[in-house]
Write a protein that binds this ligand. Structure first.
Ligand code: FRU
Length: 475
């Protein structure tokens, strides 16, 4: 028992020491996945914001490098993005980030790297995009082709307090022209942060591309919602300058409490869209009991669009390496669940369950470790609701807003599939092949975890699980 501390994940990125929040500057470049992130080089609370840096060849094993963009006198380096391009001098990485000045003014700045993202040169003309406002931030630059061989770049930024995404265009990655503004829409009482815009084929049909706008929202004001920050998306069209939404609602992207500031990698092979998010919540991020580090990234998620009930829906699938872990483990066991069954997991594990709600009735998985706490995942065919509850003394001890029940509708008309990824305090659920995701920080202690399976009626279920060995720990 390490004094109620949460253990360090094995197959998710965490910094060796100190505070981390949003993923920044996600880019694939010549065989390496680069992850930059909001980082405090000097402590385990938010502050001195800088871009930390890690790289991976496989999105599973990460190597941390020295701070890429350190904070400066009166200027913090807030979130942003990187694009890969070709210049006369060879491959070039261009980073856009928010300069957050001590006097509360926020504007976009630029830096370039010719050595593959390890050293950066700041533009002497920074900030390069400035409206003189105080919540103008989180530039995400994407490349757009007009189909006639002409490329331009689009930068999305937010005016966070206005709940707006501003679109700018550039043909040289230097000068930017305002093209359009999207929003406000959806609930008020929040700020909009960390936008991204991604083209995806519907059901794999490359002749039918739709655009997905990602937005992170964080409650603000006198009585902010204690549920805290979360991510949403809206599907629509993008003509290269203006985004037009199909609906004037935002759809929740992840149904857990701990998935925020998710953005995708630029330049990923085969045009794949892969997203990383920060697995925490501004409601209690500063109280998470880890040391000497604080903050973890989610699994990298492969994004796609699948038609469901007549309209496209954003699908999030776990990375390929999860399947590889299952292949190295025992095959699925299938049996009649007539009485509770307990499986023992190391706590750095994957588990896949299949059941048919029409025979099992209510199906429940309870996770329990050495901590005075448990996680209950339950689906009831009567209500059609999947719920995830974290509860117990050790949960309440983290922060008053930390105990939680998350709910999401799960259709019970057919068989259900649940992929559970548990890596120390990080629990990510993927339901029905990625139709639903739910990410939560959990308190289970440092030792093994028991998964207790039970159903209200005897019904056939199938289960397989595997533990990820300690040797997977990042070096
Ligand atoms: C989102 C965010 C961004 C900002 C950064 C500061 O979590 O608030 O809007 O750039 O974090 O660390």
């Amino acid at each position: 028992h390490s004094d109620g501390l949460m253990p360090r994940p094995l197959f998710h990125f965490t910094p060796q020491r100190n505070w981390m929040n949003d993923p920044n500057g996600l880019v694939y470049d010549r065989g390496l996945w680069h992850l930059y992130y909001q980082y405090n080089p000097e402590g385990s609370d938010w502050g001195n914001m800088s871009w930390g840096h890690a790289t991976s060849a496989d999105l599973q094993h990460w190597t941390e490098h020295s701070v890429a963009l350190p904070y400066r006198d009166r200027e913090q380096i807030f979130s942003g993005s990187i694009v890969a391009s070709q210049s006369d001098g060879g491959p070039l990485l261009t980073a856009y980030y928010t300069s957050a000045y001590e006097d509360e003014h926020q504007a976009q700045s630029r830096a370039t790297s010719v050595d593959g993202g390890f050293t950066w040169e700041l533009d002497p003309e920074n900030p390069v995009l400035d409206r003189g406002t105080s919540a103008f931030r989180d530039p995400k630059v994407i490349q757009c082709a007009d189909g006639e061989g002409n490329n331009h770049w689009i930068m999305l930024t937010v005016e966070a307090d206005d709940r707006q995404v501003l679109f700018y265009s550039s043909t040289d990655l230097r000068t930017w022209e305002h093209e359009s503004t999207f929003g406000p829409l959806g609930a008020d009482g929040v700020v909009w942060e960390c936008p991204d815009l991604i083209p995806l084929p519907v059901d794999g049909d490359t002749g039918n591309i739709r655009w997905v706008l990602l937005i992170s929202t964080n409650p603000v004001g006198d009585n902010p919602d204690p549920k805290g920050s979360s991510m949403s998306y809206v599907i629509g069209d993008f003509d290269g300058r203006t985004f037009t939404a199909d609906s004037n609602e935002l759809t929740r992207l992840d149904h857990g409490r701990d998935f925020y500031a998710g953005v995708t990698f630029d330049n990923a092979p085969a045009g794949e869209k892969i997203m990383l998010g920060w697995m925490s919540n501004w409601s209690y991020a500063g109280a998470i009991p880890t040391a000497p580090w604080r903050g973890a990234m989610s699994l990298p998620r492969r994004l796609s669009l699948r038609t469901s009930a007549g309209s496209p829906r954003l699908i999030q699938q776990p990375p390929q390496f999860v399947q590889e872990w299952f292949l190295s483990a025992a095959p699925a066991a299938e049996w009649l669940l007539a009485q509770p069954f307990e499986a023992v997991l190391s706590g750095h594990s994957f588990m896949e369950l299949r059941w048919d709600p029409s025979t099992t009735g209510t199906f429940r998985v309870t996770l329990n470790g050495e901590a005075e706490a448990k996680v209950v995942i339950e689906h009831s065919p009567e209500t059609g609701i999947l719920s995830i509850t974290r509860q117990g003394d050790a949960v309440a001890a983290v922060h008053p807003h930390f105990p939680a029940t998350c709910t999401v509708a799960l259709d019970s008309s057919g068989p259900a599939q649940l992929l559970l990824s548990l890596d120390g305090p990080l629990l990510e659920l993927f339901v029905n092949d990625g139709e639903i995701s739910a990410s939560n920080l959990v308190v289970l202690g440092t030792g093994p975890v028991t998964a207790r399976l039970e159903s209200s009626q005897p019904g056939r279920i199938s289960s397989r699980s595997c533990d990820v060995p300690e040797t997977q720990a990042p070096v």
